[in-house]
Design a protein around this ligand. Structure first.
Ligand code: BJW
Ligand code: ZN
Length: 251
């Protein structure tokens, strides 16, 4: 059993999982932590790159001010990601997709690890680090087909304008339709998991609020307490991979 998770809480969540028909999962950076992906926050620390807090380097303001610096930050992170693999948390969630009448996996992560674990139709709220998009015509490119030595910013193949990482920075709108589809699923679920997120960033955190309001049983999995812990029905304290394996172990 993961540390700080009582047998009663675990049994209750297992029973809810067996009975659920429509499950909804929101994940954050903590779900990829056991793969070796650094989180943004947690443990009292916030990520910093070249002296800049990530809330600045990952912001719409920085994109306007210094697009090459934004590219450097995302090139660095793709370099970190390229050797990393999905972990048991991604694998348990991929196995759940065929277990319910409806299953919706929504992630704030841009690392593609859910898809690489086999999850289909993942709703990516904050985009994907492996794609670029044109700042003018919005054409998209798969960066796996380009090298980090290509020009920065890359030029759009359609119109020649500078491309940017296809991710949602602070102060930017989410991709059209994605939040709406996620919100619809949240409003219709009977079981909601919120895994590995500091529960600070909106509108993502509206989703479990919608699920709660709709009467869903709501479970948080995180080694630390978050602002959401007080509102959910069960807060399972521990690492996502370990806790999810324990939750899923009697299936
Ligand atoms: C483990 C673990 C293990 C560790 N197992 N767990 C309402 C109120 C106030 C502000 C706002 C509001 N609504 C909107 C805003 C502004 C802003 C916002 O939310 N700010 C708050 C921080 C205050 N939101 C936006 O700007 C959003 N856009 C928007 O609202 O558009 C409308 C608008 C437009 C113009 C003006 C105004 C409004 C967009 C948000 C986009 C977020 N983008 C980022 C960067 C993406 C690109 C990049 O990667 O660089 O997305 S920020 C960053 O935070 C990233 C993440 O997806 C996101 C969430 O972080 P997450 O996943 O929760 O990670 P951490 O690191 O915070 O937490 C990790 C957790 O894991 C910790 O709790 C650990 O304990 C835990 N953990 N190991 C399980 N093994
Ligand atoms: Zn273009």
């Amino acid at each position: 059993m993961p540390p700080h998770t009582s047998t009663d809480a675990l049994e209750e969540v297992r029973a809810r999982l067996r009975a659920a028909r429509r499950a909804f999962v929101l994940t954050g950076a903590g779900v990829s932590a056991e793969s070796g992906v650094p989180t943004f926050r947690g443990g009292g620390q916030a990520a910093v790159w070249k002296g800049m807090p990530f809330s600045l380097i990952s912001s719409a303001e920085m994109l306007e001010r210094d697009l090459p610096a934004v590219w450097e930050w995302f090139d660095y992170r793709r370099g970190v990601l390229q050797d990393l693999r999905p972990n048991p948390a991604h694998q348990v969630l991929a196995a759940w997709q065929d277990k319910f009448d409806a299953f919706t996996l929504v992630t704030q992560n841009i690392d593609d690890l859910h898809a690489r674990a086999g999850s289909r139709a993942v709703l990516e709220l904050h985009g994907n680090i492996w794609r670029a998009r044109c700042t003018l015509c919005h054409a998209r490119t798969d960066l796996r087909e380009c090298s980090n030595e290509d020009e920065r910013p890359p030029a759009c193949r359609e119109c020649g304008s500078p491309m940017r990482p296809d991710v949602v920075l602070f102060g930017e709108m989410l991709p059209p339709g994605v939040f709406e589809r996620a919100a619809e699923a949240a409003a219709r679920c009977d079981l909601c998991f919120v895994i590995g997120t500091s529960a600070l960033v909106y509108p993502a955190m509206h989703l479990p609020e919608i699920a709660l309001q709709a009467g869903a049983y709501t479970v948080e999995i995180n080694p630390e307490r978050t602002p959401f812990s007080a509102y959910c029905h069960a807060a399972l304290q521990g690492r996502a991979g370990e806790v999810l394996k324990a939750v899923a172990s009697d299936e």
